[in-house]
Design a protein around this ligand. Structure first.
Ligand SMILES: C[C@H](N)CC(=O)CC(=O)O
Ligand SMILES: [Zn+2]
Length: 302
């Protein structure tokens, strides 16, 4: 089986500080977690920022620039900056930091969808910050917006104008057809790095049959011109990313996607999840690629 690419998503914009004392929030914490994940074998670091005082998801370029140069200086890992940000942010907000940082890679969510986080609120009894409870509870009426016009703008301003390549986040089969549409329009060039996303309430369910189906349709739409990776939320993370590795795919882990390292046990670092998945994929006979190989595989600007 081919070599395997590990992505680590360091902090995200879904989990909140009251869910885990180990969620990195400050620039120091995000830098430390990112370097630890890279050291453990993650070739790509997927990055969001937070307000260091409150832990609230932030689009502010200064919050990103407080850790990006430090990570870049200390590691050759590929930096992948989110353009998804958080569903409560405008597109201008979401693009501010990526346009400022001009990274090699950005994420791109391939559609508009419900993004329900409120079930998580029901498990929390003590809140660290006032913003957390309303943020989670109001997600029952939250829409993550990425219309074809929004996606065209992101592809143009980050891809065409700044040379970034993309982690295409596909939360459903329909998102694969949307990517095909943009490929037919020549706005994206192969090889396509497609992240199958499972377990977000509003997207496709975290079932192995859905992973098989997503791959079946991606094979049909993109032939050999794509690589797939899998991420899955919470307790679905290890089973589904392991399945991806067994199917010849790539994997994404990190505290953005799951706060756990085992049933009922919080992960203390992002690196712990990278070490765990690395052991599993190497036991499956896969060879983990480093950042240089990842750049060659994905055709990054370096
Ligand atoms: C489910 C993940 N939060 C997908 C994600 O990482 C989206 C993005 O940042 O653009
Ligand atoms: Zn993200």
């Amino acid at each position: 089986m081919s070599k395997i690419l590990i992505t680590c998503a360091i902090t995200g914009s879904i989990h909140t500080p009251s869910m885990s004392p180990y969620l990195p929030v400050t620039a120091d914490e995000i830098t430390e977690h990112a370097l630890g994940a890279a050291e453990a074998g993650a070739a790509i670091l997927h990055l969001h920022a937070r307000d260091p005082a409150t832990g609230q998801p932030s689009a502010a370029p200064e919050h990103f620039m407080a850790f990006l140069p430090r990570i870049k200086q200390a590691s050759d890992a590929v930096l992948n900056i989110s353009t998804g940000g958080s569903a409560v942010m405008t597109l201008d907000d979401r693009l501010a930091a990526p346009k400022r940082a001009e990274p090699e890679m950005c994420s791109l969510n391939m559609g508009t969808m419900n993004f329900a986080l409120y079930p998580a609120a029901e498990r929390i009894t003590e809140w660290k910050h006032d913003w957390e409870k309303p943020f989670l509870e109001n997600s029952d009426d939250l829409v993550f917006k990425n219309t074809p016009r929004d996606m065209t703008r992101i592809l143009t301003e980050m891809g065409v104008e700044r040379g970034a390549r993309f982690e295409f986040e596909c939360y459903d089969v329909s998102h694969l057809y949307m990517l095909r549409h943009f490929a037919d329009r020549g706005l994206v060039k192969p090889p396509f790095f497609i992240q199958f996303v499972f377990g977000v309430l509003g997207g496709i369910g975290p079932d192995p049959e859905n992973l098989m189906h997503m791959k079946l349709i991606a094979d049909k739409l993109f032939g050999d011109n794509y690589m797939f990776s899998v991420l899955a939320a919470g307790r679905h993370q290890t089973p589904l990313v392991t399945m991806s590795a067994a199917m010849g795919g790539h994997v994404r882990v990190g505290l953005e996607d799951s706060l756990m390292i085992a049933r009922g046990q919080l992960a203390k670092t992002n690196a712990e999840q990278v070490v765990k998945i690395r052991r599993i994929v190497e036991d499956l006979g896969r060879e983990v690629v480093d950042a240089t190989e990842a750049r060659a595989m994905l055709g990054l600007k370096g």
